[in-house]
Design a protein around this ligand. Structure first.
Ligand code: PLP
Length: 355
């Protein structure tokens, strides 16, 4: 088995992969594959019901919120959010904390006014801006909880006077959040929740229906709520594997337990980055992500030989994003701490060799 530090799609629990593989041939002994059962069948309805129930339970979703499994990735949410929440005469407030936030901002501009409250662009997104006030007349306030490419994470959410919309694609279910603080949460499944192909949306029902434009059915949250995420054929397999991953999370103590494990993994790895003279962290320490750990070699010439050593140790997916460079170790929920220890030992071995 490889040590998979890939950023996205990310690692899934091995037992989930095995169950998913079995279900591709025969779902629970019914003689049909998860890929060929009708989405209107009792078997699939049970899968979707359980997935929704697990989201509600694991995240303590309060009354008055709907849980949706949609398609089109988080990138479709960049447009769907303003389509549904921003009228052409209104203004939405955004924080530009990375490339994904920037893409969300660009999409929102098609629908109404956009007020970028703060940006970290001049710093190549090595920190998360926090010095801003959220206008009380904004249609909503949009933030990215974890910046996958740059390795920064918001450790404390601001208090927002208007519905707070959050892109949690790369840290959903990695830590406790108070869902009641948010108007809408969205996340592409493929990092901490399942395979690519479905997007989780948790939306507070009473923030909808306030814009008067016509919205195409597939992009209308209300249609999706009324259709129970089945306005059209849903991505059955992606929802099934997400459900299995959520089951795995529950069986392993839920979000509270995984948060502890994630804290331990991140602490061990950052400690080594700070201690090892051949490496250095990229981001400001207070905003360091516990999901995507970005680091550099002090000497750029060490990059290639370190990657080669990682390859020899079966460490994969560690090369930084093309726009950030260096290294990025994604340490999502399903990555065992033993893999983090292997990476740490490899950094130590490298330092011995190249000191
Ligand atoms: N938002 C964040 C924080 C991401 O990390 C990504 C992808 O990596 C996206 C949005 C885009 O997601 P998708 O590929 O599901 O559209």
């Amino acid at each position: 088995m490889k040590h998979n530090f890939g950023a996205g799609p990310g690692i899934l629990p091995h037992e989930v992969l095995k169950q998913a593989a079995e279900a591709v041939v025969d779902l629970n002994g019914i003689g049909l594959s998860i890929l060929e059962i009708s989405h209107r069948s009792v078997e699939f309805e049970a899968v979707l019901d359980e997935a929704i129930r697990l989201v509600k339970e694991l995240f303590s979703v309060p009354e008055g919120y709907s849980v949706l499994f949609l398609q089109g990735g988080a990138s479709t949410q960049f447009a769907m959010v303003p389509y549904n929440l921003l009228s052409s005469t209104g203004t939405a407030a955004y924080v530009e904390s990375g490339v994904w936030a920037n893409k969300a901002i660009k999409e929102a501009k098609y629908f109404g006014g956009v007020n970028v409250l703060a940006t970290a662009k001049e710093d190549n997104f090595r920190h998360i801006p926090k010095d801003y006030a959220i206008p009380a007349d904004a249609a909503y306030f949009h933030i990215t909880s974890n910046n996958t490419i740059y390795g920064t994470q918001l450790h404390e959410f601001p208090k927002s006077p208007v519905p707070m919309v959050c892109d949690m694609s790369s840290d959903i279910f990695s830590r406790k959040v108070n869902v009641a603080d948010f108007g809408l949460i969205y996340a592409g499944a493929q990092k901490n929740m399942g395979p690519a192909g479905t997007t989780l949306v948790i939306v507070k029902d009473d923030i909808l229906g306030k814009v008067d434009r016509k919205i195409p059915a597939m992009l209308n949250y209300q249609t999706q709520i009324e259709g129970g995420s089945m306005y059209n054929t849903p991505p059955c397999f992606a929802i099934y594997v997400s459900m299995l991953t959520l089951r795995w999370l529950k069986a392993n103590g839920g979000v509270e337990a995984i948060e502890k494990a994630n804290n331990a993994k991140a602490a061990a790895l950052y400690e080594e980055i700070d201690r090892n003279p051949l490496f250095k962290g990229v981001c400001v320490p207070e905003d360091r992500s516990k999901m995507n750990v970005c680091f550099l070699t002090e000497n750029p010439e060490h990059e290639k030989p370190f990657l080669k050593l990682c390859d020899e140790k079966d460490i994969v997916g560690i090369k930084g994003h093309r726009s950030a460079g260096g290294f990025r170790a994604s340490i999502y929920n399903a990555l065992p701490i033993t893999s983090v220890y292997v990476l740490i030992e490899t950094m130590q071995e490298f330092a011995e060799k190249y000191k």
